[in-house]
Design a protein. Structure first.
Lengths: 238, 662
């Protein structure tokens, strides 16, 4: 099975899964415009490779490994969409199809270079979030520094999520802050430094500011800034 | 002292407004830690608020008299760091370096020690003669946090005094400690950063030998390493070599950590702060395991609720405005009738020049008094209560999303609300916005908010002679207009917009002294700017008019006033008078028309259009002056020009639309 096909399937399952919980065979078939029988066939082989858990008649869910690949492809897809719209000025309606093809062929290096050139965008032109990269960096300035000096890069093995995705009871440690250097500076002056424990005490409606609890004080942080603060939740429960 | 010549010019000694003092001390610390309350406890009511020369940052100054000593106390702005280059941070550090206060008192919040000590660490580097007041120690106790102030003092090597400033507790021991400190001035031990940072600081210090700045050497070295633009400029003018070295060393650190050097330094400071805090505080976990919900949590459930929160915002802001105008109207009519015993309040336009000038000046004075005392003062008083209680930050959070549409964020609501009182202090308060673009945008929108003077016109023309609903409709229309214009301006003005990052302080019962101080600070700017402009402007204009110099104005303006706006030609002059003070339009109109029953000479449409145009057409002369001092003349005049055009367009369209069905 071609890598491209694997990725396309994982991506589709990812989309359906986030929407419905599990990806039913018929739904996948409809989305990819193929016969349900061939979907079942592919799911079996993906399950053998350890990318999905497949229960006949109930549908498929991604395993950790499968999800990792799907999210990587999604990240590339959305980065490419930003590139096509903002740099090449291609209309927003057309970029999805284009990005769908390009996402399978670009390398890690291209992906990261794109991300740097576009100033690490947080959302694609259609408003979906762009996941952070898995480089072992604390912020975008570090990524830039590595690229400038040509230092070999390390990978982050922990899974990070934006603090806006934290449950009210959940705590996380700051792993990565995406974005403008000045904002990173202001946040770190207020105590949001690498490795600090944070929790979200309140979210306000309509993507209003997020109330963050850090070092025994509460800060109100703009939603767009907050979704660029990524935390590691491993080992802190929740 | 090359790069510092300019600083020295605007420097110290003779600047002191309080004479014959033995010592000067400064209060420094984060916002919301009770710094103002401490200042008020130390100095009483005797305060002078002045601007730091050349910068639009206010410093309060007071006199502390204790055991026969006279000590000058300066309240520096509340800041979190010396590294992010805001005006407040710049002024604070310049003050400490140039005025050499004999001691600096660092007020810290006992409940948030880490973040406060983060700032303390930077203060120690800048001002060795330091004293810490651990404030709100009672609130911390309630949260189960005990601070060992003795231990903290040992670790930092500086005196530490526990206080509850709002209740006056610990203030006398604080004052004793100040006296001890200024006579002994001990040198606290240096707080060491990590090895790789310390090595580089030492290397920079070794090259700084011949360089002279007003700042301590170690502090200068650290700031060079952090590439602080001001320090780089000052040192670079004397020795560019050391700046280059520092830059190379900073790059080394950045390669090592892969982070901007400023962020590395912040992390280093938090590391020190965390280490100290872990030794000095004890946290009691509640017996039943679950932390109790605090009063703040309960109140926030309403204040930040998706529906109740918005209702509360509307109720509070609406209540503030309605209440102010209810009391205001009462006091105002009383004051006017009282003052009219002395001189006619209506403009006098014939008789001797002296008489005309006197009447003009007097009516300017009356207008000022009847504006400030009944309307502005109660408004600011209530607003200060809302602000000091901590609720204003919740309004900011609730309205943040809406403000985004205008390229602003939640904090901008503060100047906008202030604008309903008077545009002058409102424009000044735009300083709280972080980026220059947001500052300018907020100020522009503030000038479109109907201040009390414009409210008088709207009430006097529309509410009295048309009906109250049309008056309210004008307010609603103004809010829509602000949103539309704000959106356009956001797209048109270049520059970056910064998102909201704001501390959410706990609610507390407002302190009377802090409220009075805040109210006074805002009213004061009115007295110094608005009063003179009112008095002089109104006297001069009246003399011009009496001399017949303004008569041709009606003719010149008549194409606009009569043809385009559909108003009587006579309003041309009233609009000119209105530039000085908005409510003068209505007074002049009464004189020129010879009646106060405007409905007998003007149609409802004309009344509404005139009120609308008066509301928008130009910022008053005091506001233009303030805009110029905050943003420069070019921007001030651009705003003025834009508003004239805007008022004419909107007024003309309104006249035509309303004429269709009224």
């Amino acid at each position: 099975m071609a890598q491209e096909q694997v990725e396309e399937y994982l991506e589709t399952i990812y989309d359906i899964e986030t929407k419905d919980g599990t990806a039913k065979t018929t739904a996948i078939a409809k989305c990819l415009n193929v016969a349900p029988a061939s979907v079942t066939e592919v799911l079996k082989s993906l399950s053998e490779k350890g990318f999905v858990q497949h229960e006949p008649y109930r549908g498929a869910t991604l395993t950790e490994n499968g999800k990792k690949i799907a999210e990587k492809i999604k990240r590339r897809h959305r980065l490419l969409e930003v590139f096509l719209t903002n740099v090449l000025r291609i209309s927003r309606e057309k970029v999805h199809a284009e990005a769908c093809k390009m996402e399978h062929t670009i390398s890690n290096e291209t992906e990261n270079a794109l991300c740097r050139m576009l100033d690490a965008p947080a959302r694609c032109p259609h408003g979906s979030p762009i996941f952070p990269c898995n480089k072992g960096v604390a912020n975008c300035a570090e990524c830039q520094a590595i690229a400038d000096t040509g230092t070999s890069e390390t990978l982050r093995h922990k899974k990070v999520i934006p603090i806006t995705d934290l449950n009210p009871t959940q705590e996380g440690q700051i792993a990565f802050i995406r974005g403008d250097c000045k904002v990173v500076q202001r946040l770190s002056d207020l105590g949001l430094t690498l490795g600090t424990n944070v929790s979200v005490t309140r979210k306000t409606p309509l993507n209003g500011p997020v109330e963050v609890f850090v070092r025994r004080t509460k800060l109100a942080i703009d939603h767009a800034i907050a979704e660029n603060i990524f935390v590691d939740t491993a080992g802190t429960g929740g | 002292m090359n790069g510092c010549d300019e600083c020295n010019k605007r420097s110290p000694i003779d600047r002191s407004k309080i004479k014959n003092t033995e010592f000067t001390i400064a209060l420094a610390g984060n916002a919301n830690v009770g710094k103002s309350a401490t200042f008020n406890q130390l100095t009483g009511v005797d305060q002078i608020i002045g601007n730091w020369p050349g910068k639009t940052v206010e410093l309060a100054e007071g006199l502390l008299q204790y055991k026969g000593h006279r000590i000058r106390v300066i309240d520096l702005p509340g800041i979190y760091s010396f590294t992010t280059y805001s005006m407040e941070e710049l002024v604070s550090r310049e003050f400490i370096a140039l005025e050499h206060p004999d001691a600096v008192i660092n007020v810290v919040d006992a409940s948030a020690l880490e973040r406060n000590l983060f700032f303390t660490i930077q203060l120690i580097e800048l001002a060795p003669s330091l004293l810490i007041a651990v404030n709100q120690i009672d609130l911390a106790e309630k949260k189960g946090i005990t601070v060992d102030t003795k231990k903290l003092s040992e670790l930092l090597g500086i005196p530490v005094v526990p206080t509850v400033a709002i209740k006056g507790k610990g203030i006398s021991s604080l004052t004793d400690a100040i006296l001890n400190l200024v006579s002994a001035s001990p040198v606290p031990p240096v707080l060491q950063y990590g090895k790789e940072v310390e090595e580089r600081i030492a290397q920079i210090i070794s090259q700084l030998g011949a360089v002279k700045t007003a700042y301590p050497v170690r502090w200068t070295a650290i700031k060079l390493l952090e590439r602080d633009p001001e320090i780089v400029k000052i040192v670079g003018a004397q020795n560019s070599q050391v700046v280059e070295t520092a830059d190379t060393l900073a790059k080394e650190i950045e390669t090592m950590h892969g982070e901007p050097v400023c962020v590395v330094m912040s992390a280093e400071r938090y590391l020190i702060a965390d280490r100290i805090v872990s030794e000095v505080i004890k946290i009691r976990t509640p017996v039943d395991g679950k932390p109790k919900k605090s009063l703040t949590d309960w109140l926030d459930q309403v204040a930040l609720h998706p529906i109740l929160g918005y209702l509360t915002v509307i109720a509070v802001i609406g209540g503030l405005l309605v209440w102010t105008f209810l009391i205001g109207a009462q006091i105002s009519s009383f004051l006017t009738s009282f003052l009219s015993h002395f001189e006619r309040y209506e403009p006098v336009i014939n008789g001797s020049l002296l008489n005309i000038l006197w009447n003009g000046a007097f009516s300017g004075f009356v207008a000022g008094v009847t504006l400030i005392i009944p309307y502005v003062l109660p408004f600011y008083l209530i607003l200060a209560v809302i602000e000091d209680s901590g609720y204003l930050t919740r309004i900011s959070v609730m309205l943040d999303r809406g403000m985004h549409k205008l390229g602003l964020h939640g904090k901008a609501i503060i100047p906008l609300i202030l604008g309903y009182g008077c545009s002058v202090p409102a424009c000044m308060s735009c300083r709280i916005m972080e980026s220059p673009k947001q500052k300018l945008l907020t100020a522009f929108l503030v000038t479109l908010v109907p201040c009390t003077a414009r409210t008088i016109v709207i009430l006097g023309l529309v509410a009295t002679f048309v009906n109250i609903w049309w008056a309210l409709a004008l307010y609603a229309f103004d809010i829509i207009l602000i949103i539309v214009v704000g959106r356009i301006a956001f797209k048109a003005v270049p520059g970056e917009s910064v998102g909201l990052i704001m501390e959410m302080p706990d609610y507390h019962v407002p302190s009377l002294s802090v409220i009075l101080k805040q109210t006074w600070a805002r009213t004061r700017s009115l007295i110094w700017i608005v009063f003179p402009a009112y008095i002089v402007g109104s006297a001069v204009l009246q003399a011009f008019y009496a001399a017949g110099l303004l008569n041709p104005v009606n003719t010149w303006l008549s194409p606009i006033t009569t043809l385009w706006l559909g108003l009587p030609a006579v309003v041309g002059i009233t609009l000119i008078f209105g530039i000085v003070r908005k409510e003068l339009t209505i007074l002049t109109l009464a004189v020129l028309l010879g009646t106060t029953n405007f409905a007998s000479v003007m149609t409802p449409v004309q009344l509404i259009v005139l009120a609308l145009v008066t509301m928008l057409y130009i910022p008053c002369i005091s506001t233009i002056l303030v805009l110029a001092s905050e943003f420069g003349w070019r921007k001030s005049l651009s705003i003025t020009g834009i508003e004239i055009v805007l008022a004419l367009i909107v007024g003309g369209i309104m006249y035509r639309v309303l004429s269709l069905f009224m």
